[in-house]
Write a protein that binds this ligand. Structure first.
Ligand SMILES: [Zn+2]
Length: 450
């Protein structure tokens, strides 16, 4: 423990009041992986992506050095290279299909492909999948312009580089659950690649527990307010669930759980774990699914009932998004690498890595988490059963007042139940399974029972 003493204090100083009681205890194996995320490596991924001139979804797929096809094949080659380190557990592929004209942003048949690196879990009884994603396609001012140079360094070279870097660092590590490194196409033409995969995941009953979608995560300044800040990153998460809200609304209303959907829990988890491992980075929760006037690849997953969130830089510079390369009144427009901050991108990538590694290493979630509501009490009794797979050291019981944004207490127990002097009437509770190295699962809110 001694050698982690200093980072522990530094991280502690960054905590907001709501988090002030939490103790930072890092898993040395994850700490090591986080340390391997490299700003120069991220920069070189982005330079390569920009070198394909355009990665517009409707651009050439047959040229060797230009267009989205060449870019996809290069990402595939990266995944294949990293897979050599995985002892045969990682495979790489381009999941291909043909797009048909849709009367909107697709005007001809087009070859499509999502590039995937699949790092298979080591536990055959663990069918969980955790996904990190970015989109490879780029655009300029006119979304149909497939010929102009569209560097897409930040949108979304940054998210794509995040995914590539995670594959590079994580390929050699072992996790009981499966991690998928996902680089989709067709985001700017209507979230087409994410929609394709989300539907496939439903059809094939994939057990996806979390999707971290990274879109525009590598620049530290805003255009008009001139704020420069590389210490904060935003995570957008939906409040009320888009999926089957009508079925769930009564339960949500009765329990007051409008701030406790799956995506929100994942966002809170990423905040806690990201800040646990990455110094000088605050994960800022945004209590909405996405920004104004924009969409993102998490949404096709959210719409189908998966826990998916969007990671985006704190301050966006719209001079460098969706812009034709040009200079106007002394301002250079366009999404070029020189407007990025690779140290900031490193921290955001590290936050993703810590979150995914902690999830994939944790046991599965505790089962049948129940709150005893058979009588009027000023205390609370919860009970649960062991997770389906994974070795369990114990459980964290999470507690917060109903009006608080984050969990306030995290009580460790080795038992399968607890009675605590906090009234079920004005606190929320959840339970996480904790693995032998201290990695916690996603929290499960209790069902009402006897
Ligand atoms: Zn984007």
């Amino acid at each position: 423990m001694k050698k982690h003493y200093l980072p522990l204090i530094l991280s502690f100083a960054l905590f907001t009041e709501a988090n002030a009681q939490k103790i930072v205890q890092r898993d040395p194996a994850i700490e090591q992986l986080v340390a391997e995320v490299n700003a120069d490596s991220l920069q070189s991924h982005i330079k390569k992506l920009v070198s394909f001139d355009t990665r517009h979804t409707m651009s050439t797929t047959t040229e060797e050095k230009r267009g989205i096809g060449a870019a996809r094949r290069w990402v595939l080659s990266r995944f294949q290279e990293y897979a050599k380190q995985s002892g045969g557990r990682m495979t790489a592929m381009i999941d291909s299909w043909v797009l048909k004209p849709d009367g909107k942003r697709v005007d001809k048949d087009q070859d499509m492909g999502n590039v995937m690196g699949i790092l298979k879990g080591t536990d055959p009884n663990d069918d969980r999948i955790f996904i990190v994603s970015g989109h490879i396609d780029s655009r300029v001012t006119n979304v149909m312009n497939r010929e102009a140079t569209a560097p897409g360094a930040n949108d979304d070279g940054s998210g794509t580089a995040t995914v590539i870097e995670l594959a590079r660092v994580m390929a050699k590590a072992q996790f009981p659950a499966t991690v998928i490194f996902l680089v989709v196409s067709g985001e700017e033409q209507g979230l087409l690649g994410a929609d394709y995969l989300a539907q496939k995941a439903v059809n094939e009953k994939w057990n996806i527990e979390a999707i971290m979608n990274n879109d525009i995560v590598g620049s530290n300044n805003s255009n008009e307010t001139r704020i420069i800040d590389n210490t904060r990153v935003r995570i957008f998460s939906e409040g009320l669930p888009a999926f089957e809200l009508d079925k769930k609304a009564t339960g949500i209303r009765n329990m007051g759980q409008e701030n406790d959907g799956k995506a929100r829990q994942l966002a809170r988890y990423a905040k806690e774990i990201g800040e646990r491992y990455v110094d000088n980075l605050e994960v800022v929760m945004v209590y909405r699914n996405d920004r104004f006037l924009r969409g993102g690849d998490h949404t096709p997953f959210v719409n189908r009932g998966f826990a998916a969130v969007r990671v985006t830089e704190m301050n966006e510079n719209f001079d460098h998004q969706h812009q034709d390369l040009r200079t106007e009144k002394g301002t250079q427009y366009g999404d070029l690498p020189e407007f990025m901050d690779f140290e900031y991108l490193r921290k955001n990538t590290a936050m993703n890595l810590a979150t995914l590694a902690n999830l994939a290493k944790a046991p599965t979630t505790p089962q049948n988490v129940t709150i005893d509501t058979k009588s009027l009490t000023n205390s609370t009794t919860l009970f649960w059963q062991a997770p389906k797979s994974g070795k369990v050291k114990g459980y964290y019981v999470l507690v917060r007042e109903t009006y608080q944004p984050f969990w306030q207490k995290k009580i460790f127990t080795t038992k399968n139940g607890i009675n605590i002097p906090y009234s079920k009437d004005h606190y929320f509770f959840a339970v996480q399974a904790v693995g032998e190295d201290g990695n916690e699962s996603l929290p499960i809110l209790p069902k009402v029972g006897m």
